[in-house]
Ligand binder design. Sequence first.
Ligand code: NAD
Length: 203
Amino acid sequence: MIGVRCDVTVEADLERLVDATVDQFGTLDVMHNNAGITGLKAGATTEDYTEAEWRRLWDINVSGVFYGSKYAIRRFKQQGAGGVILNTGSVAGMVGFGSVLYGSTKGAVNQLTKGLAVECAKDDIRVNAICPAAMPLTNFSAADDKKFEPVAQDFVDIVASIHPLGRIITAEDCAAAAVYLASDEAKNITGVLLPIDGGYVAQ
Ligand SMILES: NC(=O)c1ccc[n+]([C@@H]2O[C@H](COP(=O)([O-])OP(=O)(O)OC[C@H]3O[C@@H](n4cnc5c(N)ncnc54)[C@H](O)[C@@H]3O)[C@@H](O)[C@H]2O)c1
């Protein structure tokens, strides 16, 4: 395992990340574009967000996926043996779910996923997205000064109740789906937006 400092809003960082991976391991097999932010401001609706907040949200959530995909595809094509791109979309990119601005960025991630899947299929590069619903145990919606703090059980219970299955979505749920989609077991699966949502978008 290696760690490489990478700001996904900086295109050169993604190029360096791919190069560092290849230097260390010889090939690139999978690119998981997972970084993302909510940009949420408590109680705010669309008209309360600034241009800078909008641009930052799109820079991290969408440009980061574009840059990561771009350098992964270049490398996969050089290697000539296919490859896998996995994006983290969201149910918020499929239906109205939480912040409108955040949902718009995830709609773009979902569409990048489908478009790239078709464009890259001839090179056997598969592109899929996992689309989680609400994961209250990550640091996602915590304010900066509250990150890594335990979350109150009554909040967890409320979040669980919005999913038809009545459970929260966890990082482990996403990891299991990601490992499957990245594996050869999924060799004929591309362009899929897989909800990990306890039935939320089926309603
Ligand atoms: N938590 C949820 O309810 C939820 C629901 C649907 C989708 N998602 C998506 O899941 C993914 C992972 O989020 P999470 O829930 O684990 O939250 P998280 O905040 O724990 O993880 C997000 C990660 O993105 C990183 N990041 C933020 N800006 C970055 C940048 N400019 N460059 C590099 N890294 C950066 C953060 O350091 C953090 O490690 C995100 O794409 C998010 O949109 C989360």
